[in-house]
Design a protein around this ligand. Structure first.
Ligand SMILES: [Mg+2]
Length: 280
């Protein structure tokens, strides 16, 4: 039996920064796709994209449900047409962080993208061999299931072979996804809010980071706060021995504490705007 806890990582605008502007490229292509396929003006296409995105978590679900659009064709015309090679470069710092975390946790990619896009991004980042598995949005089905639907959280636990919600840590840049995970019952839900964006009020999950490279520091602080050790090094050793067993307790018992610790540059700005997700 595997005693280590599992960390579920979102992909877009999470493992790479929002400043790559891939979201903007995606949004342009989605708008064009809506407009072409439905024969509607660009403004109406944008409105519809936004409506479906907000209602279903991803726009493609609305297209398939209401307009019988072929999701695989959509993926080829939108995600697969993105010039990712010109934007995403290998991230050695990210790779090193993931390899260190791998000694204590199981790492799993959990995305609303289709697998072709996910595998492409992971390879370009140079981290495709850092994860035990990948759960993606299956576009080959009439009723697409995606985050933040509870069925998607149930699905990723089954695919990753995780039996208890207490064994799950999650990081995502989407307010809706993090809120959904928290409501689903995952104890540690880390909202990645880009430095250029205001912190949402109320906060979506249990903790906030501003950059994926801060994630390991947050994990160490959770381990320390849970009494796993007195320093980062001893914390790591004890966490290995305990399977990282302390961490979900911290997430449940002291929600928001670590968030304040990790966002000292901008704790609670009082701004009510919520961060928009990377995936359209
Ligand atoms: Mg994302």
């Amino acid at each position: 039996m595997n005693l280590r806890k599992t960390i579920f990582f979102d992909l877009d605008n999470c493992l790479y920064p929002k400043s790559y502007q891939i979201h903007d490229m995606m949004a342009d292509r989605i708008r064009e796709y809506f407009s072409d396929k439905l024969g509607i003006p660009a403004e109406e296409a944008e409105r519809l994209r936004d409506v479906y995105y907000r209602h279903y978590g991803i726009a493609i679900r609305g297209l398939v449900l209401h307009h019988k659009i072929d999701a695989v064709d959509y993926d080829q015309r939108v995600d697969q047409s993105l010039p990712l090679e010109t934007v995403i470069k290998p991230d050695v710092e990210l790779r090193n962080m993931l390899m260190r975390l791998r000694s204590r946790y199981r790492l799993w990619v959990f995305t609303n993208a289709y697998k072709v896009h996910a595998q492409r991004v992971l390879k370009l980042l140079g981290v495709d061999d850092c994860f035990e598995g990948l759960t993606y949005c299956d576009y080959n089905t009439e009723s697409i299931v995606a985050k933040p639907m509870p069925q998607m959280f149930e699905r990723v636990m089954v695919e990753a072979g995780v039996l208890s919600k207490d064994e799950c840590l999650f990081v995502d840049d989407s307010y809706g996804n993090i809120n959904g995970a928290k409501n689903f019952g995952w104890p540690v839900c880390v909202h990645l809010v880009d430095r250029d964006d205001p912190l949402p009020e109320p906060m979506a999950g249990t903790h906030v980071i501003r950059d994926i490279h801060e994630f390991e520091g947050l994990v160490k602080s959770l381990e320390s706060a849970a009494g796993c050790g007195k320093s980062a090094n001893t914390t790591s050793e004890n966490a290995i021995a305990s399977g990282g067993d302390c961490i979900s307790t911290v997430g449940q018992a002291s929600s928001g504490v670590a968030a304040n610790r990790t966002t000292t540059a901008g704790v609670n700005t009082g701004v009510s705007e919520k961060t928009v997700s990377a995936r359209c």
